[in-house]
Design a protein around this ligand. Sequence first.
Ligand SMILES: NC(=O)c1ccc[n+]([C@@H]2O[C@H](COP(=O)([O-])OP(=O)(O)OC[C@H]3O[C@@H](n4cnc5c(N)ncnc54)[C@H](OP(=O)(O)O)[C@@H]3O)[C@@H](O)[C@H]2O)c1
Length: 254
Amino acid sequence: MTSRFTDRTALVTGAGSGIGRAVALALAAEGAHVVVAGRRPEPLEETVALIERAGGKALAVTADVSRAADVRAVVDAAVDRFGSLDVAVNNAGVFRGGRPLAELADDDWQSQLDTNVTGVFHALRAEIRQMRTQPAGGAIVNIASTFGLHKRTPGATAYAATKAAVSVLTRGAALDHIAEGVRINAVSPGATATAMSLRPGETEAGRAERMEHEVPLGRVSAVEEVAAAVLYLASDDAASVVGTDLVVDGGQTA
Ligand SMILES: NC(=O)c1ccc[n+]([C@@H]2O[C@H](COP(=O)([O-])OP(=O)(O)OC[C@H]3O[C@@H](n4cnc5c(N)ncnc54)[C@H](OP(=O)(O)O)[C@@H]3O)[C@@H](O)[C@H]2O)c1
């Protein structure tokens, strides 16, 4: 078994479900101590239980990434409990779409901006401030989306704008901080097998049928496939990869 993250401390936001949970489990399986963050405690405790049952170490910290103080507290908790912060995966995100831009409510706009953009900014800032004090620095992976690149989807304009911002934040922060030993990249998933890629009222079978037509590969990506890309970028295998945006989308934006 490979163990690229033995004795490293990793933080994953939005780790109570979907892609974030898969990333947390994969990091723990390769030896990381994992701090899992999100707003609801119960799903986080489930992720911790899954990691501990497999013999790993994890800590749940309730946090809303739109609040700077919450994010700083998560980073402090990681360092207090495990001694460092070596890897961070800024995955927490929300999608409020399905409507043309002119029909978008203020709250739908603001909540996506607060979590997807301001949340990533808060996380990057707190993580970089910790990592640059460490002799070995650190690696950060932001979860953006093909919606922010060149996938065209009506009804998802605000979400797409927030995810484009994540890609831009990634590149800029990567350039700002690589000389301090903090390596920053992004993964842009396409449709992935979580609740977020289901249309309102759609079943998994319905989504599978839709994906046969929408995705050149003919299916959604598994959360483990997205996690594998995240772990690559977070690992020393990607030591010279800086500011990139790795697309995992079955060819949808090829
Ligand atoms: N699924 C896809 O097809 C797809 C495609 C491209 C990109 N993505 C991106 O991948 C990431 C993960 O999405 P997913 O598909 O795994 O969906 P998900 O299961 O809904 O996961 C999102 C996670 O983020 C947490 N979260 C939301 N707002 C938060 C906040 N303000 N503070 C802290 N945590 C927050 C949620 O937990 P709480 O509600 O408990 O806070 C949840 O665990 C998102 O950034 C999403 O935009 C997904």
